[in-house]
Write a protein that binds this ligand. Structure first.
Ligand code: MN
Length: 194
């Protein structure tokens, strides 16, 4: 199966000032595209030639895993954002976050701490398990919690390419900005989806 770079649900400048057009031109236009291209080069003749990205994430290793998971992770990450984000969740999902983490503010603090302390390159995730409970997990490099049977709800890319053009080495400044562009309706829909 030949994979394609998915369209973004907003323009390249839509997330400014939190994430610049310059960053998206590289992060989406170059890095995400490169993972797609690399995966398409690796798949022919491999056991994953006709697999979905989820099957690749669950079953592969090495270059196919790294590129396949990075394609999935970036699509998921970019699809979480909206220029019209309202800052906080509402409805049932807001009540669930309060129940699981004490308060929305405390959830933000715990998630931010996980993303800030992840050593090197990787992803911080909010996930749910089979019982519907929430947790925060850290994954290095291309890691994805689907591999552990968990359902991803929200992720933050803390590879330096995600923030270096806008914030240089100041990952905490990028993490502050991250909270301003999350479309909580998308996150809640992921939780509700079977
Ligand atoms: Mn990235």
């Amino acid at each position: 199966m030949e994979f394609k770079l998915p369209e973004l649900p907003y323009s390249l400048s839509a997330l400014e000032p939190h994430i610049s057009k310059n960053t998206l031109e590289f992060h989406y236009g170059k890095h995400h595209q490169a993972y797609v291209n690399n995966l398409n080069k690796l798949l022919p003749g491999s056991p994953f030639e006709n697999s979905s990205l989820e099957e690749i994430i669950k079953g592969s290793d090495g270059g196919i895993f790294n590129n396949g998971a990075q394609v999935w992770n970036h699509t998921f990450y970019f699809n979480t954002f909206s220029p019209d984000a309202k800052g906080t969740p509402d409805g049932d999902f807001a009540r669930l976050l309060e129940k699981e983490f004490g308060s929305f503010e405390n959830f933000k603090t715990e998630f931010t701490a996980a993303a800030a302390t992840l050593f090197g390159a990787g992803w911080a995730w909010l996930v749910s398990d089979d019982s519907g409970s929430l947790s925060i997990v850290k994954e290095s490099n291309a890691g994805n919690p689907i591999r552990a049977g968990l359902k991803p709800l929200l992720t933050c890319d803390v590879w330096e390419h995600a923030y270096y053009l806008d914030y240089q080495n100041k990952r905490p400044d990028y993490l502050n900005a991250f909270w301003n562009i999350i479309n909580w309706d998308v996150v809640a829909e992921r939780y509700d989806k079977a």
